[in-house]
Every structure is written in C-alpha cells, then in structure tokens.
Design a protein around this ligand. Structure first.
Ligand code: NAP
Length: 287
C-alpha cells in the first residue's frame, strides 16, 4: 500500500473563503471581526506563527491586533491585559501565545480569556463545556483533525480511533470531538507501552506528541488512516511530523503530510471561530 496524502490546503482555502464572506457580512452590519493575539516572548518561531496568523487574517478581511507585552512581562501584566481584552467589545477573539516568560503560568492565565472569545479553546471552561456537549470553541488544532477527516470523506461513526498524546490543546479536546462523532477512542500517552499494542487495532490514528519518527509501520495496521499533528523542526530547519512518513505510508491507506496537513487548516479555523464569535456577540446569523 502507498498512502494517499490528506492535504489541508484545499480545505484551508475553503474555510478562508467562508471567513472572507462572513467578515464582509459583518462589515455590512458595521462590525470588524477582530482577533487579539497576546505575545510575551522573544521566541522567533512564536513570532513567526503570530505573523502567519496576521497575514491570514488580512487575506480574510478580519482584523488581527497583536498585543506584544515583551519577554519580561509579568503574570499580573498579562492577566490584566487578558481582562481588558475580554471586556473590550471591539475584540471578538483572544489567543494567548506561548511560550511565556519564565515563571509565568499559562495554565492560570488562560482562565482569564472570556469563554465567548476563547477562539482557541484554551480556557478550562471551554474544555469542560466540550466534555459535556455544551457549545464552546474547541482548540483549532483538535478541530482541524476532524475537519481534515471530513473533507477527505473518512467516516468516524463507529470507527476505532487511537489518539497518541493527551495534552489539553490536542489529545483531550480531540477525544471529546471524536466521541461527539460516535467514534470509539483509545487515548495513548508516554506510559502506553508498548504503544503499538494500542495503535495497531485502530482504523484511524491521530498522533500529537512532538517526536519525529515516533510512529512507524509497526504501529499501523494495513489500510489504516494516519493524521499527523506533530511538528518537529529538524537540525537542517526542515519541518517533519511525528510519523516516519515513508514507513507509515507503506502500510497506511492515507496519511496527512507535515507540512501541508493539519497545520494549514488550524489558522483558518482560528479565524472562522473569530467571525463566529463576532456574529454571536452582535447577535447576527452565524458565519
Ligand atoms: P505536549 O503538551 O508536549 O503533549 C505531548 C503528549 O505526547 C503528552 O500527552 C505525552 O504523554 C505524549 N507522549 C510523549 N512521548 C510519548 C511517547 N513516546 N509515546 C506516546 N505518547 C507520548 O504537546 P502538544 O502541545 O499536545 O503538541 C503535540 C505536537 O503537536 C507537537 O509536535 C506540537 O508542535 C504539535 N502541534 C501542532 C499544531 C498544529 O497546528 N499543527 C498545534 C499544536 C500542537 P504524557 O502526557 O504522558 O507526558
């Protein structure tokens, strides 16, 4: 078997077109959909990511307000900024970018992002709502896994999905999104040993660990679908996922590439969540 590549670019373009139409509609109602990104780091890859969000926002007619507090910002300063943006009616979506300065706890701060503006599902309230089936924005990365599968017409109902990784931003929200779609889910983590014992029975594997080459053909049953969420920057500056692509592609029926898979959809979904939040805030029809 040589796997089909599940690319995200077509889907990302479709989502951006939807966002563009929704932003234009909001503009007609006098609303500028606005995403605020709070940054407090010198980390170059983080700034690169923020610039890519700003560029995507520009293309979709949404406003992106970058609030750079500098790498020496305190927890108190960042917290007050999040409160201010949460209370600012001209801001519809808020993201707190990581990493944060040493000693500053992201886990505490994300609780200060108003849930209705929590377009990347970072506030524990959003994860809780997701868990009990109430309306909330899921983290864009977790949602992009589902959207990518739907876009490529890979059914979830009744399928067995193994999720490798149990973080609050990917693994745990993905569990709830998959349960909502009537999949049977196995969650694996660093103590799931041997990993292959848990991933081999799965029809679909979503891997979100951050370790290049973790998933090989040994972990994948013939014909399974693999969604690779991992992003790993190699010594030569190339970007690779968590799957050993050549090995996995020799047994899987389909594999999402890195780059060009999940990642390209994530930014588009952040902007979609922002126009949805704006429509909701102004009681307009959803995007
Ligand atoms: P994280 O918080 O570090 O979580 C990693 C998870 O992987 C943990 O649950 C950990 O288990 C598990 N793990 C570590 N080693 C393992 C092993 N040998 N076998 C099985 N599981 C293992 O990372 P994250 O924030 O979820 O991100 C995961 C990856 O996704 C990273 O590469 C990140 O860059 C990428 N990512 C991509 C996007 C995108 O849009 N493309 C967005 C967000 C993240 P324990 O819980 O036991 O420690």
């Amino acid at each position: 078997v040589t796997a089909v590549l599940l690319r995200g670019s077509g889907l990302a373009a479709e989502i951006r077109a939807k966002v563009l139409a929704a932003s234009a509609d909001l503009n007609r109602h006098g609303v500028d959909a606005t995403l605020a990104v709070v940054v407090a780091t010198d980390d170059e890859s983080s700034h690169w990511y923020v610039r890519s969000i700003a560029a995507a926002a520009k293309k979709t007619g949404t406003a992106c307000r970058i609030v750079d507090l500098g790498a020496v910002a305190t927890e108190d300063q960042i917290g007050r900024q999040l409160d201010e943006l949460s209370n600012d009616p001209s801001v519809h979506g808020i993201i707190l970018q990581t990493p944060l300065p040493d000693g500053v706890s992201a886990a505490k701060l994300v609780g200060r992002v108003a849930p209705r503006k929590d377009v990347d599902g970072a506030n524990p309230v959003s994860l809780g709502r997701l868990a009990v089936g109430e309306s909330a924005f899921p983290p864009a990365t977790a949602r992009s896994v589902i959207e990518l599968l739907d876009h490529h017409q890979i059914p979830l109902n009744g399928r067995h999905v193994a999720v490798v990784g149990r973080s609050n931003v990917v693994g745990k929200p993905l569990l709830h999104l998959l349960l909502q779609r009537d999949a049977t889910v196995t969650i694996c983590h660093s103590r799931s040993n041997p990993l292959a014992q848990y991933t081999r029975p799965a029809d679909i594997i979503a891997v979100a660990v951050g370790r290049a080459g973790l998933l090989t053909a040994d972990h994948v049953t013939t014909g399974a679908v693999v969604i690779d969420v991992g992003t790993n920057v190699m010594a030569d500056n190339s970007l690779v996922g968590d799957a050993d692509a050549a090995s996995v592609a020799s047994v899987a029926s389909a594999l999402s590439p890195v780059p060009g898979g999940v990642g390209s959809v994530t930014t588009a979904l952040l902007l979609l969540h922002t126009v949805e939040a704006a429509a909701d805030a102004h009681a307009l029809a959803p995007a």
